[in-house]
Design a protein around this ligand. Sequence first.
Ligand SMILES: C[S@@+](CC[C@H](N)C(=O)[O-])C[C@H]1O[C@@H](n2cnc3c(N)ncnc32)[C@H](O)[C@@H]1O
Length: 297
Amino acid sequence: MSQTVPPASAPSPAPPMSALALLGRLLTARGRNRADLCYEFMGTRNCPSTDCTYLNLGYWRGTTEYPKAAEAMVDLLAESAGIAPGDVVVDAGCGFGDQDLRMARTRDPAKIHGINVTALQVEHARRHNADPRIEYHVCSATALPFGAGSIDKVVSLEAAFHFDTRETFLREAFRVLKPGGRLAVIDLVPVEQAGRLNTGGLKGALERWASQTPGANVYGVTRYGEILRAIGFAGCSLRSIAEDVTVPYVKFMHRLLADPKEAGRFHPMIRRAMSHPNNPFAASDYILVTAAKPAGK
Ligand SMILES: C[S@@+](CC[C@H](N)C(=O)[O-])C[C@H]1O[C@@H](n2cnc3c(N)ncnc32)[C@H](O)[C@@H]1O
């Protein structure tokens, strides 16, 4: 009997895990990072649009439509990494894989390895975002299954803040990159003003626990740059793109959730957080990080 595969845009009929089950499993995870549980919990029905399964906040310059903003974010990442025809690319934290298909179509790399700890998302990516140039792996960005000096570009979109730890991932990226290879990461960090971090107080700590963001990753752009340089990266650039991301995204979510038909598919916890008049990303900076492994290393 043939199996009916739902179209990529179709949200799953129900969240695969209840909020109570998520809480129970997070509490018994005993300090281990279980970001995969959070994404299992979200399934596909909590994605910002039913036309795609992107989870990134979108790069909104010149658009008010989420799918276009999400694609523009991927294009910004691919452009910043300098992905070129024939490249071998690692995408760490690839979500449902829409971004890999976009990069395969727009940049024509020889291979993209999409890495993700959430098996449910990888299964979806294999079914809906398949391309002979893309291979999806269920594994952690902190232990990349590739040899030293074998990869041209390493990218990561809105995922590295979860990695346990981000620094371990950056070391892995440096190891697998060829000399002259490039890294591009779009990431969230606490806002840093005059050398002081805004970590969002108790609310921030609870949010980081709920999203399984390790405490070791709570630093701003200054420390981020120091870590990259200590690993050996050169030409490091860290710049905020928050103005074109977080504020327009929150406005978009407020508009979306004002429509009862759209609001109905979101989990009540996510609906509540995203329809609150306060910007939930107020204490977060949204940054684009680029760096290169020096030739000859
Ligand atoms: C906010 S989502 C972003 C997904 C995708 N990049 C996008 O923008 O649509 C974060 C992703 O990181 C993945 N993730 C979390 N920890 C990970 C780890 N240690 N290694 C690989 N992926 C991880 C999650 O499963 C999830 O897919």
